[in-house]
Design a protein around this ligand. Structure first.
Ligand code: NAD
Length: 249
């Protein structure tokens, strides 16, 4: 028996680095998986890799009607949502606050904050009816501290902490758990893009990580599987750092 046997899991940003690897781990643990992403071709690629059983839904998490669409399609096909990995995100422009454009700031907030909020708003009624569910919101170490030149991202990831705490306290009486995860740099497209913007390379960044390397998506997926499973039934409203020891410095 897998640790997620019989469970239905929705993953936003499901065609991306962390999302797709976590989908694979969810499937291996016996869950049914729904992948939500902005890009149709990336979803098709993911389905080819993960298998025909995976439901894919093209949706923009920042748009209310799209969020309703992925929730409705999931319930129509699988009848419930046990696990919601609220994970889609963008990095925004890398430049000081004085040079950030308001429209670029708004775009990051729309995806990383409104997207997470809308996901909670539309998934929670399904879970409330079931009287159960586990939600994992993807924040970042950037949601727990500052870092130069990525102010929209930092702001958005701190907001995810607020949403996590609010949703956890509000929905504990319904038997629903809500936690956030806070990875340090992970080996994905997003980190490659940030490296370019910050003009750093992996070897330099890795010097500030005691374990001496970036996280891999599989490292993150291990934590997500734990928080999604019934092994974590007394954990809610918590912020989980997964950072190769950075916080200990
Ligand atoms: P990624 O770019 O590989 O994946 C992000 C996915 O989100 C992509 O598939 C993208 O198409 C999708 N997406 C973007 N905007 C969307 C929208 N409006 N609607 C639907 N889907 C959308 O990056 P990743 O590293 O896998 O990032 C996943 C999450 O992890 C993000 O929230 C990110 O902020 C967070 N995170 C990443 C790192 C890192 O170093 N890679 C560190 C900490 C936290």
């Amino acid at each position: 028996m897998g640790r997620l046997q019989e469970k239905v899991a929705v993953i936003t940003g499901g065609a991306g680095g962390i999302g797709k690897v976590t989908a694979k781990r969810f499937l291996d643990e016996g869950a049914s998986v729904v992948l939500v992403d902005l890009f149709e071709d990336a979803l098709a690629e993911a389905k080819k890799e993960l298998g025909e059983s995976v439901l894919t839904v093209q949706a923009d998490v920042s748009k209310e009607e799209d969020v309703q669409k992925y929730v409705d399609e999931t319930v129509e096909k699988f009848g419930k949502i046990d696990i919601f990995f609220n994970n889609a995100g963008i990095e925004g422009k890398v430049t000081p606050i004085t040079e950030q454009k308001v429209e670029d700031f708004d775009k990051v907030i729309a995806v990383n904050v409104r997207g997470v909020f809308l996901g909670l708003q539309k998934v929670l009624p399904v879970m409330i009816k079931q009287k159960s569910g586990s939600i994992i919101n993807t924040s970042s170490v950037a949601g727990l501290g500052g870092s130069p030149n990525v102010s929209p991202y930092i702001t958005s990831k701190h907001a995810v902490v607020g949403l996590t705490k609010a949703a956890a306290v509000e929905n504990a009486p319904h038997g629903i758990r809500v936690n956030s995860i806070h990875p340090s740099p992970v080996n994905t497209r997003m980190m490659r893009s940030l490296e370019t913007g910050l003009e750093v390379d992996e070897a330099t960044m890795a010097k500030s990580i005691p374990l001496g390397r970036y996280g891999e998506s599989d490292d993150i997926a291990s934590l997500v599987v734990f928080l999604a499973s019934d092994e974590s039934t007394f954990i809610t409203g918590s912020q989980y750092r997964i950072d190769g020891g950075m916080a200990a410095l």
